[in-house]
Design a protein around this ligand. Structure first.
Ligand code: SAM
Length: 427
């Protein structure tokens, strides 16, 4: 979330840019990475001062993994008898450093391409006969995951780290770097271009608020347009409303929809199969510029104002949205985390104010959107929409009979109360 990402983004551009030449990254179980790295500690190992045995061990280990040995270089430290060696491979390397005085050896095996460094381990075990053998493995080239932790660095000097059990998906789509992680603390997490989009544990905070605030404020919404939202969470919440007749979800990246349905099925929870839902794979800015459909509510559930979604934060887009919304229509959009992203919510307020009579913000604190509250920008030509009394909202909530875990009529009304620093920034 956030324009400040631009500077990080430029720094990362070379990491994420698809390679011009043939791509030697490997793909296994839907994950694209440079290669597998094994760190091997051997305790109580034999032959640690024997250059010949060590040379043969490295060569045979390379062969067992299907690697091409280019060169073998070994050096014996006369004093300790310890040996440092490296087998240079077409697929990278196997290196070893030994402490015969401790019976300890550290081996480092990194192989790219189709080789499996795991196949080298039985050879090394057989030759060095260690009392204790410990292996740590890491897929290299997985952007953003280091030592089993994914770190989101959105704001200079501040970010969040999430422990990863497994990388279920990691790929460069036509639009962005997409990853889905299995995590112990947050369930499965969807990350686009290094930014947390949604996590199973708290997604309902955001999806309930961005859907139910405008629909219950409107009171008679039948047709809804969602721009972005390919994970399906917002669609799920919108379709809870029995009076909704049609929802178009316009998502630019089909891979987000496909992989979210496969790895995060609880988010859409069957919403894409609902006959009232229409999925359109297209650029949201082009869609609103070209359609003559009309909507009662528009929900812009997009990524941040960078890359594919930049046009979704611009005047022409807002102008087209205003035309497609009926007189009492409501537009709501994620507008960043005010504590770190003042320019984003101020810009949204200014631009929406050019085409809508009434603009405001509702706040929701989503734990995995680090930095405090997230601002949801609100725009309508009917100021009544924002000022519905709690009693009216409560009556509509009861009538809709929808299940929620975060949203309720009291939260609805209080969400529009802004802190003084935001009011000052918008004045
Ligand atoms: N809740 C998340 C947040 O607040 O950051 C957003 C989640 S949702 C997955 C964001 C979606 O917006 C992504 O799937 C992305 O592909 C989509 N998107 C980005 N630019 C778009 C565009 N121009 N048109 C349609 N969808 C777009």
């Amino acid at each position: 979330m956030g324009s400040r990402l631009v500077s990080n983004r430029e720094a990362r551009a070379d990491i994420d840019r698809p390679p011009a030449a043939p791509d030697y990254f490997v793909e296994r179980d839907g994950v694209r990475f440079a290669g597998m790295h094994l760190l091997l500690d051997m305790w109580g190992a034999a032959h640690l001062s024997n250059q010949e045995v060590i040379g043969e061990a490295l060569a045979r280990a390379a062969g067992a993994a299907g690697a091409d040995l280019l060169q073998l270089h070994l050096h014996t430290f006369t004093e300790s008898g310890g040996i440092s060696g490296v087998a240079l491979l077409a697929e990278s390397h196997i290196s070893i450093h030994t402490w015969p005085e401790r019976g300890f050896a550290a081996v480092d095996i990194f192989m790219c391409g189709a080789c499996d460094p795991g196949d080298a381990l039985p050879v090394l075990k057989d030759i060095f006969k260690p009392r204790d053998f410990r292996v740590t493995e890491q897929r290299r080239g997985l952007s953003r995951v280091t030592g089993g932790w994914f770190t989101e660095t959105l704001y200079p000097g501040y970010g969040q780290s999430i422990e990863i059990i497994d990388t279920l998906v990691q790929e460069m789509t036509d639009y962005q770097d997409l990853a889905i992680y299995q995590t112990p603390a947050l369930g499965r997490v969807l990350v686009l271009d290094g930014i947390v989009q949604t996590a199973e544990v708290d997604e309902f905070y955001y999806h309930e608020m961005i859907a139910h605030l405008p629909i219950l404020a409107h009171g008679d919404a039948r047709r809804v347009l969602i721009i972005g939202g390919g994970d399906g969470g917002t669609l799920r919440e919108v379709l809870k409303h029995p009076r909704i007749e049609h929802v178009s979800l316009v998502e630019i990246d089909s891979r987000v929809v496909e992989l979210s349905r496969r790895h995060l099925p609880g988010l859409s929870a069957g919403a894409f199969e609902d006959p009232r839902a229409r999925l359109v794979i297209a650029d949201g800015a082009e869609f609103v510029a070209g359609t003559d459909e009309r909507f009662d509510v528009m929900i812009i559930d997009s990524t941040d104002p960078v890359g594919p979604s930049l046009a979704l934060f611009d005047d022409p887009f807002y102008g087209n949205c205003a035309e497609l919304l009926g007189e009492c229509g409501i537009l709501i959009r994620q507008a960043g985390v005010p504590f770190f992203q003042k320019e984003e919510y101020v810009a949204a307020y200014r631009k929406l104010g050019r085409v809508f009579a009434d603009c405001a913000f509702a706040l929701v604190a989503v734990p995995t959107y680090c930095g405090g509250h997230m601002a949801l920008a609100w725009a309508s030509n009917d100021p009544e929409n924002k000022q519905r009394p709690a009693t009216a909202i409560a009556a509509r909530f009861r009538a809709a009979a929808i299940e929620t875990r975060y949203y309720n009529p009291e939260i609805h009304v209080s969400a529009f109360a802004l802190p003084a620093f935001m009011k000052a920034a918008l004045a």
